[in-house]
Design a protein around this ligand. Structure first.
Ligand SMILES: [Zn+2]
Ligand SMILES: [Zn+2]
Length: 44
């Protein structure tokens, strides 16, 4: 079994890492296409 970690935003099981900040994020907290987390997507 693989331990990926928890989402940095909602603490649910993460699905991947944000390519901009590198933090673990789940599908709900990141863009399904770019995988950019909501924290980075909210910035300009
Ligand atoms: Zn999340
Ligand atoms: Zn990010």
């Amino acid at each position: 079994m693989t331990m990926i970690g928890l989402c940095s935003i909602c603490s649910r099981p993460a699905a991947g890492t944000c390519p901009l900040c590198g933090r673990l994020v789940c599908t709900s907290c990141s863009d399904p296409v770019t995988r950019v987390c909501n924290a980075c997507a909210g910035k300009r």
